[in-house]
Write a protein that binds this ligand. Structure first.
Ligand SMILES: [Zn+2]
Length: 467
């Protein structure tokens, strides 16, 4: 400090004054954080889309929080793979910024944080915190403390506040994202309570146009991998995400997000979604039974999956004119080929019975499933068969793994869809009609569907208007 003062004296007078004022301002800012600054620490900005779950193996998400408005009104033609937007549903933005609970530090005691390390015991943490044997005894006698403090894990912390005389005034332990254990001095002893944050559901809107592939568009829209897979599952009976996605396809959705005391906690269910695939418009609404129905009330769940392979495994999403790996011709044969790594799980497209599960030199390992009198599906060149002839299989059940057995040059699944003995293109064939929602649920569903689809449309219009 003395050195700084000496230095200060060496400065010209004008600079001394200026520096003095600046220091004073900085001091005031440090001491009195503005309302805004303190609120910010507790509450993430409303439009920030949290993307914790994105594995590094995938493209790093770099979604814009807001849409840049361009004067020409044209969609930006940047290198960015997708024009993607997320925003909180406009009418849901009212939020209390300061639902201050007891968990907020109080000013009475200086709080010290003790990190729980690998191999730590509660006794070791207490000893680092220099609690007396008496205090430790009193605390561990409290049922709530006993129950929750045995759960301490490395990476967590115990927060201790002491009185001026060094005696324990309070102890806090965050049990999970919502609950905190608070032990406070009370008369001669201590009292334990568990304080829960207010959990609030908000609705989030996201949309994206597909420019490179579905996965990247999902990441750009701010979705987590789990949400991207969920979206593909919801529409997986209508759209073959492995082979049918094209540039220009788009999707939009409304999903729930849970906030605890204004802080993002986790993503919830997708409430409504629409998907435009090669000009075809698909909609889905989540009903109170947890199932998804099209906006007009037909189950999304259908007799056949469009693809027996999850899209995330299939390599060539954007090559509609793929050559057959053996003949080098464009789709000359009676099935569809899915090119993916050996070992990729293959799913039964529908419920049925295994009528063949064997090996020959042409098909390699193969499985045929008869679904009913009308429909049969065939799966060829498998690396391994996971079912036997005579087995009953459920839709989505893994029946084998993708391989390169039989007459092939590269690993792929050859998939055939046979309707009344005739080979049909599984991706375009008309599949059995989806079941409508139960008639007694129809009115309630329709009301919900109208509301959510209107919200979806409204949010998209807001976005388009902003561009
Ligand atoms: Zn083939």
């Amino acid at each position: 400090m003395a050195k700084i003062i000496t230095l200060f004296r060496l400065l010209p007078k004008k600079h001394q004054i200026l520096l003095g004022i600046l220091s004073l301002v900085a001091f005031i800012i440090l001491i009195f954080p503005t309302e805004e600054a303190s609120a910010f620490r507790q509450t993430p900005p409303a439009t920030t889309n949290v993307r914790y779950d994105v594995p590094l193996a995938f493209r790093t998400p770099e979604a814009p929080n807001t849409v840049e408005s361009s004067e020409s009104g044209a969609v930006e033609e940047s290198e960015a793979a997708a024009e993607a937007i997320t925003s909180e549903i406009t009418e849901e933005t009212q939020q209390s910024l300061e639902p201050q609970s007891d968990v907020q530090p109080d000013t009475m005691a200086e709080l010290e944080h003790f990190d729980i390390k690998k191999g730590d015991t509660l006794a070791a943490v207490f000893s680092r915190a220099q609690l007396t044997a008496r205090e430790v005894y009193d605390i561990t006698q409290l049922p709530l403390a006993k129950k929750n403090l045995i759960k301490i894990m490395p990476g967590e912390e115990i927060v201790i506040g002491k009185n001026a005389d060094g005696s324990l005034q309070q102890l806090r332990y965050q049990i999970d994202a919502i609950s905190t254990l608070l032990i406070k001095q009370h008369g001669d002893g201590y009292q334990a309570t568990v304080i829960d944050k207010d959990v609030e559901n908000r609705q989030q809107f996201a949309r994206a146009e597909i420019k490179s592939n579905f996965w990247n568009a999902g990441i750009d829209a701010g979705l987590t991998p789990a949400q991207i897979m969920q979206l593909a599952t919801i529409f997986g009976w209508d759209v073959d995400f492995a082979l049918d996605i094209r540039e220009g396809d788009s999707f939009a959705l409304i999903y729930e997000q849970e906030y605890a005391d204004g802080e993002f906690l986790r993503n919830g269910n997708i409430l409504a979604a629409e998907f435009i695939n090669q000009g075809q418009h698909y909609t889905a609404v989540r009903y109170t039974d947890g199932n998804y129905y099209s906006a007009d009330g037909h189950s999304m769940h259908k007799a056949f999956l469009r693809s027996p392979v999850d899209f995330k495994y299939v390599s060539s999403n954007f090559n509609p004119k793929r050559l057959h790996p053996v003949t080098g011709l464009v789709r000359p044969h009676r099935g569809v080929d899915y090119v993916a790594a050996i070992g990729t799980p293959i799913k039964a497209a529908g419920d049925g019975k295994v009528i063949e599960a064997s090996y020959n030199q042409y098909n390699g390992n193969y499985v045929f499933i008869k679904h009913n009198e009308t429909y049969t599906t065939k799966y060829l060149h498998l690396n391994k068969r996971k079912v036997k002839r005579g087995d009953t299989v459920k839709q989505g059940q893994i029946i084998g793994t993708l391989g390169r057995t039989g007459r092939v040059t590269g690993a792929h699944l050859h998939y055939e869809f046979i309707v009344n003995g005739v080979h049909r293109n599984p991706r375009t064939v008309d599949l059995p009609k989806a079941l409508p929602i139960a008639s007694k649920e129809k009115a309630a569903f329709t009301a919900l569907s109208h509301q959510l689809m209107a919200k979806l449309a409204q949010n998209q219009q807001v976005r388009i208007a902003k561009q």
